[in-house]
Design a protein around this ligand. Sequence first.
Ligand code: HEM
Length: 465
Amino acid sequence: MFSFDCLRPFSNLAQLLSTHPSDTVRRLPPTPATTIVALPGKAQLVFVRDADLMRTLARDRALDRGPGVNLLKSVFGPDTLFLMPHGKLHERRAGEFNRHFGQRHIEALTPEIAAHANRAAATTRAALSAAPDAPVDMRDIILRYLFDVGARAIAGVDVDLCDQVDVFRRGVEALHREATSMLKTALAANLPGTAPYMAKEARRAADEFHEAGRRMLVAGADRHDIGDSLALSILKRHKIDPAQVNEATRLPKPVLVDAAMSLAASLFTTGNQIERTLHHFYEHPKELQQLRRLIREDFPDGVGEVTQLRNCPTLRQLLPATLTESPVGIVSRDVLDATSFTDGNGTSHPLRKGDAVIFDIEDMQARHVPDIDLALAEDGRPTLELFNQRHDDIVQTFFSGPNRCPGRYLAVADSQLFLIEMLSKFDGQSIDRNRPLERGIVNRLGGSPLMRLTPVRTERAISPP
Ligand code: HEM
């Protein structure tokens, strides 16, 4: 007798191709922690919301970045670290990144990040004094700050990349328009030759953004005898003598991609996280008032003079809220070789070549908010410690294993210092009353980023700019 069950894989496929997996996971029931969806041809899609299982599978070499990232690779470049498969080259590059962006380095950079955050608030206040009724473009304010801090962290010295903010924004808009579709992703995965014909505008903007990479490399090379930096490591790895690099040097494309995409990784993610967290507090005035009271206690002189982030009631309220607004909802992996996994009930499941696994890190992190709160309860401990390997069981936002985000310490320092400044100094209201969350390559707020800001007057301004 004919059973409609045999059609289920096709209806599953149709549904999956019309929705981004970041959206699909949100429609799954809360249990079980592992969901297996059948696709045509015996392939399966496995959704994982079990943090222990994620940690195990993140280290399983049978799972890797495979055909599923063909489309993004065609846009950003084949050797982009955040799209690179495992292997010796990945190991070397991830190690390099981790070395330059480790906890110790970001602690040392914290006073400069704090000064940049303070300056961003001062510039905003000056703009408001000149035109109090004009809305401000919040995305622009956030990105200018992140460009300054990211370029400083990569080059080891300040680099002015203001004119690259528009190039970056154009690229992101094109990416969301041209490369979020699952149909295109599946087409590029199965017929790699089609990838170059898609996402043309995003590719053009990514190429234009190489200029940001070039400037950071030249600035880094200029101080080759003073200090180490990621820019110098990139040049040396590509066998370029930094002492010979100057404004007139023509650097090969892979070198430019390497530097430019290191910066882009910090902008795509932290930018949306900050924008979403600001929006959250401006939409929840009671939480904002409570946060401001804590900031007045913990940062009476603002963040301008902060030398290290240490646990305090302000961070205990702000940091879990920021992690909840993460821009990366899922991490996906292609199964490249047969393997298996055991679910929370002790049942073993085979994974075959061609399957895909989606880790729902947004859900896993949300379940651990009480543990994060507890970990932050010990006042005075260095806050960035929370993001080292010892806390892998409660921090999922940055993934796990060999691909765990090497920019996590910077992301946390960047976001917390900026948010403390802006939320304590300005009241804000979006011009667009309805800003829905758009889930895709990154999760971001839809609608207009324009906001009406007013300096906080009822309470003492925290550090007069
Ligand atoms: C809120 C901010 C951030 C979040 C939520 C985030 C999250 C993540 C996640 C989940 C991954 C793993 C992705 C995968 O394996 O497919 C990742 C990888 C990566 N992130 Fe971040 N990230 C953030 C900020 C940053 C920053 C500031 C930088 C750079 C300074 C950065 C650089 C990278 C790089 C290079 C990788 C690839 C690592 C590898 O494959 O070895 N991220 N990030």
